[in-house]
Design a protein around this ligand. Structure first.
Ligand code: MG
Length: 322
């Protein structure tokens, strides 16, 4: 068993002016980070986490190491936010898939609401559990899954990398079979498309990771593209693990809303321009401050809203549990 074709596509979407998603494409390790925070802090958080994972990827070969590398990512984001008041409160999701082809297993490390899915025999199964307000409200019976999908605070996460001195990541291992296709994605995909739509976009692309990535991003944008969209896809195939690894790696630069201020680069451009190994390298691009559409005040207000909603949600949860 080995990793077959693989691809990554990242896109700013139709509403955001910058891309605060980052990814790691270092087979057998793949990861997604979706940053959050005011000004450009979300981008900083996602990049810090992705570069920590990327640096560790060469030495990371089994699940026992995933907690440690997420802890290191957490430490870097946390310490930066402590040192730089402009980034206070920033954080990021992290979802890692680490393939052990000879063993026929894939280990996952996960914090936040980015997702891993497995497509097997046409059926899409979410492998990770969201650390989100709505997921907890569904779990406790306050919301139905359908209500959660439409909930205005569906992006509020209850756990993030870098917002606390330490983080408790989900780490687990699953078996895999030849023919399985795995998808890691940020919520810019999973908020826009249902699982059925995700599965049919992949099948409609004949399960080719590159074509499927393009199709998924196009479908999310057609639905409104309200957030940055990042997808990593890889397939597990029969064969010798010593055979060559994925040939395909690229992002597309389909930024539909051009940056307002001509900042030197966003992740779309970086993905297009860089080698796979350099995709999330720190210093590959330290862009000038990004002026988001809402401005700093809007971002802070949005952050305050999220924090207050989170507090109310936790209170509701607490009362429900009691
Ligand atoms: Mg997002």
């Amino acid at each position: 068993m080995r990793i077959g074709r693989a691809a990554v596509v990242t896109d700013t979407g139709k509403r955001r002016l910058g891309n605060e998603d980052a990814y790691v494409f270092e087979p057998p390790l793949f990861a997604i980070a979706d940053g959050m925070g005011g000004a450009r802090a979300g981008e900083i958080a996602a990049d810090l986490a992705a570069s920590a994972l990327e640096e560790a990827s060469a030495q990371t070969r089994d699940a026992t190491q995933l907690s440690a590398i997420i802890a290191e990512a957490n430490r870097r984001v946390w310490e930066r936010s402590r040192a730089d008041p402009a980034t206070a409160g920033m954080g990021t999701t992290v979802t890692i898939a680490l393939v052990d082809a000879p063993a026929g297993t894939i280990s996952f490390g996960h914090v936040g609401d980015s997702r891993a899915y497995r497509l097997r025999d046409g059926a899409l199964e979410q492998v990770t559990t969201d650390h989100s307000l709505v997921a907890e409200l569904v779990e406790s019976g306050v919301l139905t899954p359908e209500e959660a999908e439409r909930h205005p605070q569906r992006s509020a996460i209850t756990k993030a990398v870098g917002t606390e001195p330490s983080v408790d990541a989900d780490v687990f291992t699953r078996d895999t079979l030849p023919g399985d296709l795995f998808l890691l994605c940020s919520d810019g995909l999973s908020d826009m498309l249902s699982e059925e739509e995700i599965a049919s976009a992949i099948e409609g692309a004949d399960r080719d990771p590159e074509a499927a990535g393009d199709a998924l991003v196009a479908a999310a944008n057609a639905r409104g593209g309200e957030d940055n969209i990042t997808v990593v896809l890889f397939e597990i195939v029969d064969g010798d693990a010593a055979e060559p690894h994925p040939e395909q790696d690229r992002g597309i630069g389909a930024t539909t809303v051009p940056p307002a201020t001509g900042e030197p680069t966003d992740k779309d451009e970086r993905a297009e321009a860089s080698e796979p190994a350099a995709a999330a390298t720190p210093g590959a691009a330290e862009p000038e401050p990004i002026r988001h559409g809402a401005g700093a005040g809007g971002r802070i207000a949005a952050l305050a809203l999220v924090v207050s909603v989170l507090a109310i949600g936790l209170l509701v949860l607490y009362l429900a549990v009691r």
